[in-house]
Design a binder for this molecule. Structure first.
Ligand code: GLA
Length: 388
């Protein structure tokens, strides 16, 4: 869908007229640092070239109208009365976002939105953060105010937690709001200090592979892992001060294990601690150009997510193991929340076609599912696009 077609669709839907604007927010891929954001650790995501477009225009009657080219249900609601409604389905994301902006005292007003997304559905590449953040920057574009992209990311997470009821961390919203072309973001989720790190991949390329496994129990299992980590932390805090799992080295972790007293909870906390350390180390390796070492840490990340955090499942494991078996693959792991969704692999450029053929064949043989592969570009975060 090109720009001209998007504008035409908007006009078909909402009528012609002045004042049409176009905004875009990407999806994200996380390179390493999984399930560390809500544990006070570091993450290392990057913004993708695919994402969500929003064509928008002001309305002067205080109404909000949301339509999508991907999904059914056009929703109209009053700005002053935004509540979660099951039947509004996907439109609860922009509704929650706008409600959050209003609650924060930021300028909002009536508007019509036409969304179009090209993030593969249910792939765990942050289509929800993308629609939230594009809504937020579009409102800022239409009605002004000085909220930074970082502030909007924090409000988007709050909207997802409180309005939609998904207990996610800050990674996705931050990555899509703050991404930078050809860079990944090292984000300290405890302090929100961050740095952009150039993704100098030399002879290698990032390949995302989609298991196409429906993520059935993902939300409840996600919340259960969060609770495990919180419970383990609570047990340690009965004996000593500890800010978060991100505050501990692996050595220091060994000393608090006896307080946790439950093997499953120890595993959960151990993942949070070791994954944070791996993320910091991986970024050091990348900065020094040691891509193979970076890849080995990606592999170790997957093993920890599989064995300690137990969020991979048969399909993600099959896809990653098939990747590991290929020549030219220096790292492969699940990315995002897990239980389905995608993997990310670092593959030697001239092996990419063979990689896709062989991994695809082996994955289908083992699971009966067909994987999709995306050769991705790392792009800027959420922004207004010029209409020409
Ligand atoms: C989902 C959540 C993020 C993060 C990841 C796991 O994408 O939205 O906040 O917790 O899972 O790293």
């Amino acid at each position: 869908m090109n720009q001209k077609e998007l504008i035409e669709k908007f006009e078909e839907n909402f009528g012609q007229g002045e004042g049409i604007r176009l905004f875009f927010s990407p999806g994200r891929v996380n390179l390493i640092g999984e399930h560390t954001d809500y544990n006070g650790g570091h993450v290392f995501p990057a913004a993708l070239s695919f994402g969500t477009y929003a064509v928008v225009r002001k309305r002067h009657d205080g109404l909000l109208k949301f339509a999508s080219l991907n999904l059914p249900a056009e929703v109209t609601c009053e700005l002053e009365r935004l509540t979660y409604q099951d039947e509004d389905d996907w439109a609860n994301y922009p509704k929650g976002m706008i409600d959050g902006l209003r609650a924060q005292g930021l300028p909002v007003g009536g508007a019509e939105f036409l969304f179009y997304g090209n993030i593969p559905n249910g792939a765990g590449l942050s289509s929800s953060a993308s629609i939230e953040v594009v809504t937020a920057i579009a409102m800022r574009g239409l009605y002004g105010g000085d909220a930074t992209n970082q502030t909007l990311a924090i409000l988007a997470q709050k909207a997802e937690n409180e309005f939609v009821g998904v207990n996610c961390g800050i990674m996705d919203q931050f990555a899509v709001a703050m991404g930078k072309k050809d860079h990944a973001i090292l984000l300290d989720c405890e302090t929100l200090s961050y740095q952009w790190v150039p993704l100098l991949l030399k002879d290698y390329e990032l390949i995302i592979a989609n298991t196409n496994k429906k993520r059935g129990l993902a939300d409840s299992e996600y919340n259960a892992r969060r609770q495990d980590c919180e419970e383990a932390l609570r047990r340690v805090r009965e004996h000593e001060d500890l800010e978060s799992w991100g505050a501990l080295s692996e050595e220091a972790f060994k000393e608090v294990i006896p307080w946790i007293k439950d093997t499953v909870l120890v595993k959960r906390a151990r993942h949070a601690v070791t994954e944070n350390q791996r993320t910091l180390q991986a970024v050091q390796e990348l900065k020094m150009g040691n891509l193979k070492a970076f890849g080995r840490l990606m592999n170790a990340s997957h093993c920890s997510l599989r064995d300690d955090y137990q969020v991979t499942g048969k399909e993600l494991d099959a896809l990653v193991e098939a990747a590991w078996a290929q020549p030219g693959v220096i790292g492969s792991r699940m990315t995002g929340a897990g239980f389905g969704g995608c993997t990310v692999s670092l593959v030697e450029k001239n092996e990419v076609h063979v990689f896709m053929d062989h991994v695809s064949e082996r994955y289908t043989k083992e699971t009966g599912l067909v994987a999709d592969f995306y050769r991705v570009a790392i792009e800027d975060g959420a922004r207004e696009l010029e209409i020409w």
